[in-house]
Design a protein around this ligand. Structure first.
Ligand code: NAP
Length: 495
């Protein structure tokens, strides 16, 4: 029945899976496997390779704490460079050889008698492991819009997560649905080549200017020779980003939204400086508070709409026909290619990304929906022994994923250190500790932008389908790291 047994199975070979693997090695485990459905490592940075792809977080900050990269070419690196960094880290820490690609994990079930996880793979095979980690990311299941007639379109349809590098929009009539962070990067690139580009916007996004620059060869040499210099810059960029989340989101009520108003004003000035057409500016203006939905940086997005061959359609999409899109205002636009920049199915398809059945048959997805989305310290859940979910409710620290990874690796270190010290083989968070954490998160979010700001029209994935903002962990990175290093060990039962 079971073909192979491991100490641990990690699902996902992105930055979370790589981080978990490095941590397992530090703790002395070698017999583990990383399973990933794609054909290479890197997670979202492998899957996404649409034109214009770059990161919105300064690269000084967008890296593992323990692995600064002196080779970043610029402050906001391109997707290709980040993918390269993932590969370099995996090689340096010798985790690539643990990876199995093209392997779709369907479910995992806790076997109480054997005290291990049975992990079912597509194709019928199963593997077993003492410990299970799901490192499946937050934005990994593409969202396909359910628009009437979409399957009847005769032209080419491309979702941004399945970009065809051979696709050339030169001279084409292109329609793009969506105006999220992905579209903001892609639209200016498409506009450079397409004969005609129509952008279908449902909810405008806040866009502020991007201050970006290249690192000179000399700066890179200094970073490599004196890593402290890069750490010093990281301290600055970390602090700026941390402050933005703290002031603009977590402590919104106390600051009376002053930061959000100022950031909104900056975006307004940016629009005003770029676009002369008052009506167009109004169409591109969000009517929800800055920060309710992921804002973005761009110096080219607004300017693109001033080009004569680029059109903004915001009346809604009535239906798609074989040769084009009919808007709610009756306008039909004939297109050759339909680009879906429609993002990800975060809550329905990703929480959790695979079926997970714990002790007593508790189904994680069902339990989250029947009760509330919850995870102790954004990592563990009661009735799920020997399991850490790295893409959990209340796990994400805000703008920088690597800070989340840092505290999760420390959490692993503390749990496994104690497990080994006691000579125990299973750990499980107590119901009481989990409830205490959930109550604290709920209380902290009470003062946040998500609870006290005007987010009603944002359609933001920060909110779950019940309208609760259960994605963000509303604490500072420093606090999360401190808690990961000194949470009460009595919060776990070990045997
Ligand atoms: P997204 O933010 O979820 O945006 C999806 C867009 O598609 C939204 O404008 C949405 O409109 C629209 N849409 C979805 N279904 C639709 C429908 N049926 N009809 C009309 N419009 C529809 O996805 P994303 O742009 O891929 O970005 C996701 C996240 O990835 C970002 O928030 C960010 O965290 C990350 N990201 C980061 C970067 C970066 O670092 N620069 C770049 C890309 C992505 P509504 O808003 O009305 O729902």
């Amino acid at each position: 029945m079971t073909s192979e047994h491991f100490d641990a199975v990690i699902v996902g070979a992105g930055f979370a899976g790589i981080g978990a693997a490095i941590q397992l090695k530090r703790m002395g485990y070698e017999n583990f496997v990383i399973l990933d459905r794609e054909d290479d490592l890197g997670g979202t940075w492998h899957v996404n390779h649409y034109p214009g792809l770059a990161v919105d977080v300064p690269t000084t900050t967008y890296s593992y704490f323990f692995e600064p990269n002196p080779n970043w070419s610029r402050l906001f690196s391109t997707g290709a460079e980040i993918k390269q960094y993932a590969g370099d880290v995996a090689d340096k820490y010798d985790v690539r050889r643990h990876m199995r690609f093209g392997t779709v994990v369907e479910s995992a079930r806790w076997d109480e008698e054997a005290a291990l996880w049975r992990v079912a793979l597509a194709g019928g095979e199963t593997v077993s492991a003492r410990f299970l980690f799901t490192a499946t990311g937050f934005l990994s299941q593409p969202h396909m819009p359910d628009i009437p007639g979409i399957t009847s379109f005769d032209g080419r349809v491309i979702h941004t997560t399945a970009w065809d590098d051979g696709y050339d929009p030169t001279g084409q009539r292109v329609g793009i649905i969506g105006t999220g962070a992905t579209a903001v990067q892609l639209i200016p690139e498409l506009a450079k080549k397409a004969a005609d580009l129509t952008v279908y916007q449902r909810t405008p996004i806040w866009v502020v200017p991007k201050v970006d620059f290249r690192f000179s060869e000399r700066a890179k040499r200094v970073f490599a020779r004196f890593p402290l210099t890069q750490r010093a810059i990281r301290a600055v960029t970390d602090t700026i980003y941390e402050l933005m989340v703290s002031v603009g989101v977590v402590h919104y009520k106390n600051t009376r939204g002053r930061f959000n108003i100022a950031a909104g004003d900056l975006a307004k000035m940016h629009r005003f400086a770029t676009i002369r057409d008052k009506e167009l500016r109004a169409k591109l203006t969000p009517d929800y508070d800055f920060g309710c939905k992921r804002p973005t940086f761009s110096n080219s997005y607004y300017r693109t709409f001033t080009k004569p061959h680029v059109h903004l359609q915001d009346s809604g999409i009535a239906r798609i026909e074989s040769d084009g899109i009919v808007a709610v205002d009756g306008t039909k636009t004939v297109i050759d290619t339909l680009v879906l920049a429609t993002g990800f199915d975060l809550w329905e398809a990703n929480f959790p990304a695979i079926e997970v059945i714990g002790r007593g048959g508790r189904n994680l997805g069902k339990w989250w929906r029947d009760t509330r989305f919850q995870a102790y310290q954004g990592v563990t859940m009661p009735q799920f022994p020997n399991y850490m979910s790295l893409a959990s409710p209340y796990a994400f620290l805000g703008l920088n994923f690597f800070n989340t990874m840092e505290y999760q690796m420390r959490h692993m270190d503390r749990v496994f250190g104690e497990l080994q010290r006691r000579g125990a083989t299973t750990f499980e968070v107590t119901e009481e500790a989990n409830t205490r954490y959930l109550d604290r998160m709920t209380e902290l979010l009470g003062d946040s932008l998500f609870t006290t700001g005007d987010c009603a029209s944002a359609r933001s994935y920060y909110f779950n389908p019940s309208g609760e903002p259960t994605l963000l962990r509303p604490t500072s990175t420093r606090k999360a790291i401190q808690e990961a290093s000194d949470f009460p060990l009595s919060d776990y039962r070990m045997s």
